[in-house]
Design a protein around this ligand. Sequence first.
Ligand code: NAP
Length: 289
Amino acid sequence: MLNIMSNANIIDGRKTRDALLPELTEKIKTLLKPPTLAIIQVGNRDDSNSFIKAKKSFAAKIGVLERHIQLLESVSTAELVKVVQECNAEQNIQGIIVQLPLPIGIDRDSVIDAIDPRKDADGLTAKNVKAWLEGRGDATMPATARGIKELLAFNGIDLFGKKVTIIGRSMLVGKPIAMMCLNENATVTVCHSKSENLANETKSADIIISAAGKSRLIGKDHVKAGQIVIDVGISRDVEGKLTGDVDFDVVKDVVAAISPVPGGVGPMTVLGLFQNLVDLYKPTTVFSW
Ligand code: NAP
């Protein structure tokens, strides 16, 4: 049973996020002081600017402070790592995110892994991911995986025992989603650019989660009646329109329910990020990194 549906079969990320917002706001009110999130941006990409704007406005809504640090496109990896380390050392900062993608030439892994895992609100550092894969209670679930988990759960979609096909195997997105589904007792198939006959894999699933970043990769030949489709991809089509991986207009008429882009996983990832921040802040949390 789907709780939040603006149309017959739309899994609405904005409405789900808004429904979960009061609980998070209440939690923040119980903290000793409002947590602060450092948002580190390199350059001035339009997409990054709009994602950061969404995070800042969400922070303001729930009573979280943010510190936006914007650096020139010409910054070196070493300089960027130094900025991250300064945020690590700053007591008034409880969470740090580096807005991706970074410009070509910057060593993304070195920058991400410079974040202290105790402040890793996106949950993307190698140390944190390893701890999370090992099932450590003090590890942080990567924000996108957490957002999808919440989106499915809130809308009454149980992963337990379901066949889930995930498209995408990146360390930052596809693999954490796969692990989250596995932890929720789904049977998981992970597809990638070398997978043969993608349509066979997607059609045999109960739930499809697509995180390829390829506009309208999933069409009506990839789906069947009764399926749930979660679209993580964000890209632009040839006309510059924001699209997901799924050809929404045709797929929505076939499947049981689908999350749109925009307005699906995106708002839930922002929620997951701030839920992580609040969990990291808990003064009672004992870390042993
Ligand atoms: P990525 O590093 O480029 O990984 C893309 C993955 O998709 C790779 O595993 C790739 O396979 C696979 N792939 C690409 N083309 C494919 C095809 N034709 N058939 C099957 N698999 C294919 O991207 P990412 O960082 O994981 O991000 C994926 C997408 O999610 C992007 O659009 C990104 O913007 C979006 N995203 C959205 C949110 C959100 O909150 N909504 C959050 C994070 C990311 P190979 O491994 O073989 O190359």
